[in-house]
Design a protein around this ligand. Structure first.
Ligand SMILES: *Cc1c(COP(=O)(O)O)cnc(C)c1O
Length: 379
């Protein structure tokens, strides 16, 4: 059996172990320490724009804290992009609030500014103004930042920018993760960089960061004894894991270039193949880290059947994956309101995420290319 080609697997740069060893040498085996502080500083320098970064145990925890910091409570409504990973929406429910899902637009597959505005008007008409908007840069592709933020500003609704998949992507030269009232990052195993598991909350001010750390460390009042006036969480990142993150930051831009090379490889591979399209930046103002390369197919126009291609690749021990199943189609959210049409649903039905890891070399590319060419010939 040929070795497995993964969709997106961890890719160590080499320096990670040094930072981890340092944590052991100094006995900082705790959810705080020099690596945590150093990793936060590395991210702040990388993102620029005067943001403050709080390293956390996951991107999901970061979203949860962002909702709390925005005062989202039981009974509130939060608008959320439907085409996304469940982690974007679940923390809304943790807060006892209700998600309202919004369809995507065709160009970036992210939240549609048109359906967003329609939803805001409709919810206000029904007597409840949404408390926040969760917009996602899916697969690293920036959402339509100008349009989406203009709608949000017109109705004075804050945006939580889910940049879990988009570290290193930019829009108009500005880094994703710096646009929202709050932004979040993820360092899970298959993301653009990993700390094995981890995430970060990006805030605009030091006071917001202090508040985030307070909540993430069990909300301890300033007292020598353990006193609590609020409910807190255990959401900080381990100093050992943060060491991995520090090493990963050293190779981030190199790895983004490799992911973009993978995207170019697929652009070449599918060039001229009827009914297929590789998702790409709609304009020069977008720069995508191409965390995952997305194949869009159209069965009708004689194009490729995405599921058949997935199964074919699986036989060759090559992992590919359907797009995220939209939240409004999930059994757990079957009673949740949805504003939109068929864009997310169609992308889900006809799309495929192709192997995109920064650690895929010539050998893997040859195997992928042969398998896809064989499939295209047979069909
Ligand atoms: C991975 C991911 C998250 C959650 O991050 P975790 O660190 O896995 O909790 C949130 N949103 C999106 C879009 C993601 O891909």
């Amino acid at each position: 059996m040929k070795s497995k080609i993964w969709l997106s697997s961890p890719h160590m740069g080499g320096l990670e172990k040094k930072y981890v060893e340092k944590a052991f040498e100094e006995n900082w085996i705790a959810p705080l320490g020099p690596n945590v502080t150093g990793f936060e500083e590395d991210l702040e320098v990388y993102l620029g724009e005067e943001v403050k970064v709080t390293a956390l145990s996951s991107g999901t925890a970061a979203l949860h804290l962002a909702l709390i910091l925005l005062g989202v409570e039981r009974g509130d409504e939060v608008l959320c992009q439907s085409l996304t990973f469940a982690a974007s929406a679940n923390p809304i429910v943790y807060q006892g609030a209700t998600p309202v899902f919004i369809d995507s637009e065709e160009e970036t597959l992210n939240i549609s500014p048109i359906f967003l505005e329609e939803a805001i008007k409709s919810r206000i008409n029904k007597g409840k103004k949404p408390k926040a908007i969760i917009a996602v840069h899916l697969y690293g592709m920036p959402y339509k930042v100008d349009e989406v933020h203009e709608v949000a500003a017109n109705y004075d609704i804050p945006i939580i920018e889910d940049s879990a998949e988009a570290l290193g992507s930019t829009y108009n030269g500005k880094k994703c993760g710096t646009f929202g009232d709050f932004s979040i990052l993820s360092f899970n195993g298959n993301k653009i960089i990993t700390t094995s598991g981890g995430g970060a909350l990006v805030t605009r001010s030091n006071s917001e960061k202090e508040r985030a750390i307070f909540l993430a460390t069990q909300a301890r009042d300033k007292a020598p004894h353990y006193q609590h006036s609020e409910i807190g969480f255990n959401y900080r990142l381990s100093n050992v894991c943060a060491g991995i993150g520090r090493g990963q930051m050293r190779v981030l831009d190199k790895h983004i270039q490799k992911r973009r090379d993978m995207n170019n490889f697929y652009l070449d591979l599918f060039e001229g193949v009827k009914g297929t399209k590789i998702l790409n930046e709609p304009e020069n103002s977008y720069f995508c880290n191409h965390w995952l390369t997305i194949l869009k197919t159209e069965k009708k126009s004689g194009g490729v059947n995405a599921e058949k291609l997935r199964l074919y690749l699986e036989k060759e021990n090559i992992e590919s994956r359907p797009l995220w199943k939209p939240m409004h189609l999930q059994p757990v959210f079957s009673k949740v309101p949805f504003y939109g049409d068929m864009v997310a649903e169609t992308a889900f039905k006809n799309g495929l995420c192709l192997p995109s890891g920064s650690n895929l070399g010539e050998n893997e590319r040859n195997r992928i290319s042969t398998a896809i060419k064989n499939f295209l010939q047979k069909k």
